[in-house]
Design a protein around this ligand. Sequence first.
Ligand SMILES: *[C@@H]1O[C@H](CO)[C@@H](O)[C@H](O)[C@H]1NC(C)=O
Ligand SMILES: *[C@@H]1O[C@H](CO)[C@@H](O)[C@H](O)[C@H]1NC(C)=O
Ligand SMILES: *[C@@H]1O[C@H](CO)[C@@H](O)[C@H](O)[C@H]1NC(C)=O
Ligand SMILES: *[C@@H]1O[C@H](CO)[C@@H](O)[C@H](O)[C@H]1NC(C)=O
Ligand SMILES: *[C@@H]1O[C@H](CO)[C@@H](O)[C@H](O)[C@H]1NC(C)=O
Ligand SMILES: *[C@@H]1O[C@H](CO)[C@@H](O)[C@H](O)[C@H]1NC(C)=O
Ligand SMILES: *[C@@H]1O[C@H](CO)[C@@H](O)[C@H](O)[C@H]1NC(C)=O
Ligand SMILES: *[C@@H]1O[C@H](CO)[C@@H](O)[C@H](O)[C@H]1NC(C)=O
Ligand SMILES: *[C@@H]1O[C@H](CO)[C@@H](O)[C@H](O)[C@H]1NC(C)=O
Ligand SMILES: *[C@@H]1O[C@H](CO)[C@@H](O)[C@H](O)[C@H]1NC(C)=O
Ligand SMILES: *[C@@H]1O[C@H](CO)[C@@H](O)[C@H](O)[C@H]1NC(C)=O
Ligand SMILES: *[C@@H]1O[C@H](CO)[C@@H](O)[C@H](O)[C@H]1NC(C)=O
Length: 623
Amino acid sequence: MNSNKQLYILIFFLLVYKINSCLYSNPNDQTQKFDLSTLKLDSSAYYKAHFPISSYSKYDSNFFFNFCNGTITKCDSNLQMKSCQFFTETALLIPNNDAGNIAEGESYNFTNNGLTIEYRGKTFSPTASSDCSTAIEPNRRVTHYNIVCNKSIDTINVINDVTEDSRCSYQINIQSKLVCRSCPINCTELLHAVGCNEVTWKCLCDTQTFGDYCNQSRIYISSVDSTTTDGGTTFINGYFGNTTSERLSITIGSLQCNDIIVYNSSTINCKIDKGEGIKQVILTDRDLKCTGSFQYIKIQQPCPNDCFSFIKNGICNQNTGVCNCNQNYTGLDCGTKIQTDVPISIPSINDTTGTTTITNENSFYQIGIYSLVELNFNGSIVKEYILYEKWNKTSTSNNAKDNTTYFTQTIPSVNCTIEYSIEEVTIMKNYSFAGMNFILLPSSVKLKISIKDFLFSSTLNTLQLRIKSTFNQTMVKNDCNSNKLNFDTNDLTNNNNLNFITISKDSKTLYARFINKAISDGRVTTISNSMVGQDKDSIYVGLNLPHCVEHCEIDPDFGVLVDSKFKSSCDDNANSKPKWFLPVVIAGPIVGFSIILIVGAVLYKKYYISLKVLKVKLEEINK
Ligand SMILES: *[C@@H]1O[C@H](CO)[C@@H](O)[C@H](O)[C@H]1NC(C)=O
Ligand SMILES: *[C@@H]1O[C@H](CO)[C@@H](O)[C@H](O)[C@H]1NC(C)=O
Ligand SMILES: *[C@@H]1O[C@H](CO)[C@@H](O)[C@H](O)[C@H]1NC(C)=O
Ligand SMILES: *[C@@H]1O[C@H](CO)[C@@H](O)[C@H](O)[C@H]1NC(C)=O
Ligand SMILES: *[C@@H]1O[C@H](CO)[C@@H](O)[C@H](O)[C@H]1NC(C)=O
Ligand SMILES: *[C@@H]1O[C@H](CO)[C@@H](O)[C@H](O)[C@H]1NC(C)=O
Ligand SMILES: *[C@@H]1O[C@H](CO)[C@@H](O)[C@H](O)[C@H]1NC(C)=O
Ligand SMILES: *[C@@H]1O[C@H](CO)[C@@H](O)[C@H](O)[C@H]1NC(C)=O
Ligand SMILES: *[C@@H]1O[C@H](CO)[C@@H](O)[C@H](O)[C@H]1NC(C)=O
Ligand SMILES: *[C@@H]1O[C@H](CO)[C@@H](O)[C@H](O)[C@H]1NC(C)=O
Ligand SMILES: *[C@@H]1O[C@H](CO)[C@@H](O)[C@H](O)[C@H]1NC(C)=O
Ligand SMILES: *[C@@H]1O[C@H](CO)[C@@H](O)[C@H](O)[C@H]1NC(C)=O
């Protein structure tokens, strides 16, 4: 009878032991289970943590504890306490010093790098020497065993003295390899993982990637230096991580860029064969790719229409491709005789919207920064941020040296700040951007746009800044200059340093000069321009910027001209009607992107220059 009872008890305990096999499993993550059964000590043994005299405690004592529902005889065999406080190793000095016991249950939480087990003692009536009445749970002791992973500790190591963080609440810090996890993903199977991070329990990625699977790329190109059309060594800047030339393949257009040298994680160079124009650069490192833009520079920059130098209107600077006109001529090609009898244009900046309007008699040309677009690898829109008429004016400078208005705008969702300035040019002046010098004409407007700290959603993405140009006019009766509104954007895709669009109406033309260079993270790089939209009276041009992480700077320069068909008076007789009209829109090597607006100060005289071929009909000139 008695032995039967003992057998049942034994079976019962075996069952209990089997069920409570000392596994701590994370309810939030099935992959995490800690088996602490090897830590369980016989009830006569215990682990010990020192609890020194502190502001809460005037006794030097020890905490005794065990694991896995293990009892400690010494604590109090009747109560089966698991955790208790001893003042000496031989005797309890005061009652109610049980820090926690089975009857109150054990609870635990998984932490980043281990496990916290909490034992709560029984409540008791406080005595003068043992007062827990101001504890978080009044008259109860709570002990936290904070166990963290340390691969070199096979069992446990108590790493410092017990602390009482608030009244009767104790912290015991322990290291053990038994609470070391492994990453849920087998990191050795991932191409870009270099191990398992034992704090976050995610794979440690190499320098080129991030993400749970180390498959999101960090590499990007921010700028690519130009070579001449003869080819040569080009430097590619950006971020490439820890790479080697053997692993890299770089193509520029259809050509392979050879003899790759990796200087460091942000600079690579390679040798490219001769070619012409603007090319896409694709850098491939194993499974990772990034892109940029490259330009072959013509060794001698041709000037537009050779500045009409054969009739001494001006001379060409072949280093820059910019005309120097003699005093009686103006325009980019010196093809425009300075006249006084054409309507004057007046630029004005709207301080509240940040748009510029050039007014010339009854015609209005409006230029504004429309939006900033994040594009993906394929050139499709990830997101468009509308900037139009949302600018905040920050300051103006009005002095003899310059008249500039400064605007700013932020896009909080991508942590981006855009600064934008508009300079009204009243007298002809020299200007330089990205190491190139050029001339700004009177009545022109110079923009400068700086995009900072844009947070890309992927390193494969790039930016496009969109500019809107609008024409409108008030009705005028019997306008002898009347002419259909016409947009010309064919020039945008050429391979020159400058691209043009024109809006012509009534013998007046707004031309916009887009320079295919930007400064990306401090370096000059090539950009391309494209026409992105057109409606009844507006066109939208996109400037395709690189993946610039810190700072992208573009330096625009546009222009408006009144053509030679313009008549100041409709009573002119037929003979005095100018024969040739023509918006002069010619390429020249100006770096930056700028808008020059010159309406009214100039008049095209006798020269017929086709927009695209830029051909001078000599026989007409000779008439
Ligand atoms: C400790 O005992 C309690 C009550 O029997 C049980 O619920 C718990 O799972 C046990 N803990 C461990 C780690 O075995
Ligand atoms: C576990 O976390 C919960 C919620 O934060 C908290 O209430 C509880 O006291 C914690 N338990 C332990 C043992 O730390
Ligand atoms: C892990 O334990 C070893 C041996 O005690 C010790 O030298 C090391 O500092 C511990 N590591 C940490 C992170 O505490
Ligand atoms: C992880 O993958 C490697 C290579 O496939 C294999 O040798 C290793 O056993 C795997 N480890 C685990 C824990 O599955
Ligand atoms: C990364 O790998 C995971 C799992 O294979 C996949 O679901 C995810 O789409 C991958 N992400 C990228 C950017 O390739
Ligand atoms: C770079 O990679 C090489 C092997 O490809 C490795 O030996 C080296 O330690 C790595 N350096 C850094 C800074 O990650
Ligand atoms: C400019 O025009 C004026 C008047 O027509 C003329 O006297 C002068 O010589 C011209 N200057 C040049 C450099 O051609
Ligand atoms: C600026 O533009 C706003 C909106 O188009 C307009 O209401 C305001 O009158 C303009 N201000 C000036 C000075 O033109
Ligand atoms: C700036 O504007 C003032 C008056 O509006 C003018 O006197 C001055 O010459 C201008 N400065 C420049 C550099 O255009
Ligand atoms: C402009 O400034 C106002 C107040 O200073 C601010 O609330 C607003 O967000 C700013 N707008 C933009 C587009 O930055
Ligand atoms: C956000 O922009 C500020 C400066 O404008 C920069 O210091 C910070 O690093 C940026 N934050 C992120 C997450 O890129
Ligand atoms: C044209 O633009 C000007 C200046 O922005 C504005 O005052 C005028 O009302 C506009 N006219 C038409 C017909 O839209």
